[in-house]
Design a protein around this ligand. Structure first.
Ligand code: SF4
Length: 212
C-alpha cells in the first residue's frame, strides 16, 4: 500500500497524518502572510508528498479512513501521534472519524490541532465524547495573537484546549520553539496541555507579521 503517515522532523520525528493546505488556508492568516510552516517548507512541495496528502484527503472523505489509519498507527507501534502538521478536517464528521481512530489506538497519545472553531462547536453540540488519550486543540489562525479568554473558557468545559503563537520568547510555553532547531526532547505538552504558546521563528516571519 502507498504511504499514508508522515514524519515531522521538527517534532522529533513523531508520526502524523497530513492533508493538503487547501483544507485549512481559507481562513488562516499564517497562509496569507506566508508564515505557514507547511507552505514555506520546500520538502513539503515534493511531488510524492503532494500526492500523499491528496490520497489522504480522499481517504478521510471516504468510508475506510478509520479502519485503514487505525491499522497504520498500530502497525507503526508509535507512542505519540499528531493529526495534521499540515491541513485539517473539513467538517465535524471527519473530526469524529479522527477521534474514533484515537479511541481504537488507546495506548497512543494524540495531539489534534484544528483551526476551525465552527467545527469544534459542532462537535460539542453533537455530544461526541473525546477519548482521554486525545488532546484536541483549537489553533489560533492569527499569528502573534492570544486566543480570547471567553473562547478558552468555553472550550475547556468540553476538554478542548487552545494553542497560539507569539513573537516573544518569554510568553512561549513550548520550549523547543524558543530556540533555533529546537527539539521536543522529553516534553509532551502537546499531548496533554490545554493552553500552549509557540514562539514564531525567523526575521522574515517577524517582519511579515509586524508589517501586515
Ligand atoms: S510543547 Fe512540547 S511536545 Fe509540543 S512541540 Fe513544544 S516541545 Fe514538542
Amino acid at each position: 500500500m502507498k504511504p499514508i503517515l508522515s514524519q515531522v522532523s521538527k517534532l522529533d520525528n513523531v508520526k502524523s497524518f497530513d492533508l493538503p493546505l487547501s483544507t485549512c488556508f481559507d481562513k488562516c492568516k499564517y497562509y496569507d502572510l506566508s508564515v505557514c510552516y507547511a507552505k514555506n517548507n520546500p520538502r513539503l512541495r515534493y511531488k510524492a508528498k503532494i500526492l500523499k496528502n491528496l490520497r489522504n484527503l480522499k481517504l478521510i472523505r471516504g468510508l475506510k479512513f478509520v479502519k485503514v489509519v487505525t491499522n497504520e498507527i498500530l502497525r507503526d507501534n508509535c507512542r505519540k501521534f499528531r493529526f495534521f502538521s499540515s491541513g485539517q478536517i473539513e467538517n465535524k464528521d471527519q473530526l469524529i472519524k479522527v477521534l474514533r481512530v484515537c479511541k481504537n489506538c488507546h495506548m497512543v497519545k494524540f495531539a489534534i490541532m484544528v483551526n476551525s472553531d465552527i467545527i469544534l462547536s459542532q462537535l460539542i453540540q453533537s455530544g461526541y465524547k473525546i477519548p482521554k488519550n486525545a488532546n484536541l486543540l483549537l489553533s489560533n489562525y492569527e499569528p502573534n495573537s492570544k486566543t480570547p479568554e471567553f473562547m478558552k473558557n468555553y472550550l475547556i468545559k468540553y476538554d478542548i484546549g487552545v494553542t497560539q503563537t507569539t513573537l516573544k520568547s518569554k510568553l512561549a510555553t513550548c520550549q523547543a520553539s524558543t530556540v533555533k532547531n529546537g527539539h521536543c526532547g522529553n516534553c509532551e505538552k502537546c499531548y496533554y496541555e490545554k493552553d500552549i504558546s509557540f514562539k514564531i521563528h525567523g526575521r522574515y516571519n517577524k517582519n511579515r507579521i509586524l508589517n501586515q
